[in-house]
Design a protein around this ligand. Structure first.
Ligand code: PA5
Length: 445
């Protein structure tokens, strides 16, 4: 079976196999905690057996909803932030033609909103949608997050003005908690089609729920294959030891962290994986950065960033390690042409594929970085397809759960995210925040 693979032989720089083996006990315990629900945050383990619990009937219901949005809308705005946004954005970007935004092929396109509070962004989005057939997927687990709530209020009003309240309600889908939150209440009152985010799946682990699956299906991609890939990885990551790629990943990154490698850089050599890096940063940053601990997750897109971050990675402070995602096969073939004048001196690679050059850039960089003291974890993915992306999503989720427990934090909460919200609400004088408003104003005067 073709599958995602991990190779850590080049990561044994400054650490030995014995240092990695020394984590076996705690890694085994971490796996048991995940499977038996005996660790911190155990009320958020719904993602662990999620792929294999998704039924064909449920996927068909999602597909039917996606098909109806596709039939009635040229654009669908997926509104959400953090875990309610990054998973679908990552998968859609990875699978889409790089120029799909400019291709007029009548296929429904997904746009995103609610992932920022940029006034110009929202103005320009509304301006763009003014004469378009559009629909909305409003995604918020809590149903109360400010950024998506603002975007939803504005776009809902616009849609209702453009097509009337009744037709608007038929083009709006809400994905939220089964009972709680403003979005649930609104959806009930307005009669929107809804999907539930289960209580036991946290936002950043929710890409394989309707949160990720519905926008991905609307964008025209095969959610059945995505889930099938995740099921394969769920099976491959059940047992402890070296045959479990997520276990191997979690162990090696913690061994490196304990040896002073405090920063992990996720590296891709395919521009379509930029948002996968963003999704991964949220998954690991929010899960592990707590109790004054945690590997700092960074990401680069190579070879682009070899011309910006390359210098730092090669020669900067030696506190980093890299995890390289190498995509083995491309979807298309492009060959470098021969040129009689050869003024650019490129005839030595004429007739060779662009991907061959890219692979040599990748290999050359990995060797240079190892020579520079940067341990390298290598993840190989057969191709950028739904199935392999499904494998990679679950691989990183499982790796994150194991790793968080090895680090001895609760990987499933995010108490630090509340602090900015409290200050923002105080500054905006939100009812209920009178004391905080007074305190923050005193600080600023
Ligand atoms: O991982 C998380 O829990 C967060 O990033 C949330 O996904 C994010 O804050 C959005 O929350 P909500 O879906 O409740 O609007």
């Amino acid at each position: 079976m073709e599958t995602l693979k991990i190779n850590i032989k080049d990561a044994l720089l400054g650490i030995t196999e014995a240092d990695v083996k020394a984590l076996d006990n705690v890694a085994n315990e971490a796996l048991v905690k995940l499977h038996e629900g005996t660790g911190a945050g155990n009320d958020f383990l719904g993602w662990v057996n999620l792929p294999s619990s998704i039924t064909d009937e449920f996927l068909a219901e999602l597909q039917q909803c996606a098909d109806s949005l596709r039939a009635n809308c040229d654009y669908v705005v997926a509104i959400g932030i953090g875990g309610s946004y990054l998973g679908s954005k990552a998968v859609i970007e990875a699978l889409s033609d790089s120029f799909s935004a400019y291709i007029d092929n009548k296929s429904t396109k997904i746009l995103f909103a609610g992932q920022n509070i940029g006034e110009d962004y929202l103005y320009e989005l509304q301006n763009f949608l003014a004469d378009k057939r559009f629909g909305i997927i409003s995604i918020s687990k809590s149903g109360t997050t400010t950024e998506p709530a603002i975007a939803f209020r504005m776009l809902k009003e616009q849609l209702e003005k453009q097509v009337g309240k009744k037709a608007a309600a038929e083009r709006i889908v809400a994905i939220t908690d089964a009972r709680k939150g403003a979005l649930r209440q609104l959806a009930t009152e307005e009669g929107y089609k809804t999907f539930v985010i289960d209580d036991n799946v946290g936002g950043r682990f929710s890409v394989l729920t309707p949160v990720g699956l519905l926008p991905i299906a609307v964008a025209g991609f095969d959610i059945k294959a995505l889930v099938a890939g995740a099921v394969e990885m769920e099976k491959a990551t059940r047992e402890e030891g070296e045959n479990n790629p997520a276990y191997v990943y979690a162990e090696i990154r913690n061994a490196l962290y304990r040896a002073g490698k405090k920063i992990e850089i996720l590296v891709n050599y395919n521009p379509k994986l930029h948002y996968f890096g963003e999704w991964w940063k949220q998954l690991y940053g929010e899960s592990e950065g707590k109790d004054l601990k945690g590997i700092f997750p960074a990401a680069v897109d190579n070879s682009t960033d070899l011309h910006s971050m390359g210098q730092w990675i090669q020669d900067g402070e030696r506190t980093i390690f890299e995890t390289v995602i190498s995509v083995l096969n491309q979807q298309h073939t492009s060959v470098i042409p021969s040129d009689e004048a050869n003024l650019d001196g490129l005839n030595y690679i004429a007739g060779r594929r662009v991907d061959e050059v890219n692979k040599m850039a990748e290999l050359g960089t990995r060797i240079a970085h190892m020579d520079g003291g940067v341990p390298n974890i290598l993840i190989t993915l057969p191709a950028l397809t739904e199935r392999y992306l499904g494998q990679m999503i679950y691989f990183f989720e499982k790796g994150c759960g194991i790793s968080g427990y090895i680090l001895d934090v609760n990987p499933f909460n995010q108490p630090g995210v509340e602090d900015y919200k409290r200050n923002m609400f105080a500054l905006l004088e939100k009812p209920g925040y009178e004391k905080e408003t007074e305190a923050i104003k005193a600080r600023l005067s």
